[in-house]
Ligand binder design. Sequence first.
Ligand SMILES: O=C[C@H](O)COP(=O)(O)O
Length: 250
Amino acid sequence: MVTGKERRLRRLFGADGKALLIAVDHSLTLGAVGGLSDMGSVMAAAVAGGADGVVTHRGSAAHHMPAQRGTALVVHLSGNTALSPQPELKTRVCDPEAALALGADALSAHITLGGGSAEDRRALADLGSLAATCDRLGVPLLVMTYVRTDERDPGPAVLHAARVAAELGADIVKAAHPGDAYVAELAATVPVPVVLAGGQSEGTWEAFCESAKAAMGAGVAGLCVGRRMFGAPDPVRATAELRAVVHGEG
Ligand SMILES: O=C[C@H](O)COP(=O)(O)O
């Protein structure tokens, strides 16, 4: 028997078990800035460049996501805006059923730990409840993990938050790059596929691709990249190059 989650996960991951996801959820937080003023073009570029999936909010999914075989739709259920004093503390902004009605192949939620006692408890409770809903609906849950920490070395906290997400039912965990010394441990200690965020466009494109290649070699299952892709001079080419890194092509 193949479960709904397994069937949908195969739409997201290639036969090699790897995935390049393009994340374009930033316009809820920041507005239509930094390459996201024309969301239709960004999504078309993700598809044309060979992304395995696109992660976005329900409005962009409905209005701009091409119905393209081979590119999965991951609807992001969490949000807050930069107009808030604590934009990193998200709330649920879309129901799982509404996302499935849009044709979602997977759902995505954001969790920030270290945001405060009450905020952390609320985030954990919400994640537990959402994971149970995803189990019931047979839809994979991607959890984007973030930490607020004053530690000079955030690596251990990044690993902890990633593990928390898996413990609470994530089927895929997204984490920030924890630092070269921690990537293999991250991949080995989280019992579900881990994808790494792209982060801010600091450093050269070549250095970013080299770092991503090394992370793939250390065992992560892929990338979930936003700004590095839609802020690139040629987003189609950027997507294709990242696809090659993730799937070991070329
Ligand atoms: O939602 C955010 C993405 O998963 C990562 O975005 P980023 O590559 O711009 O850090």
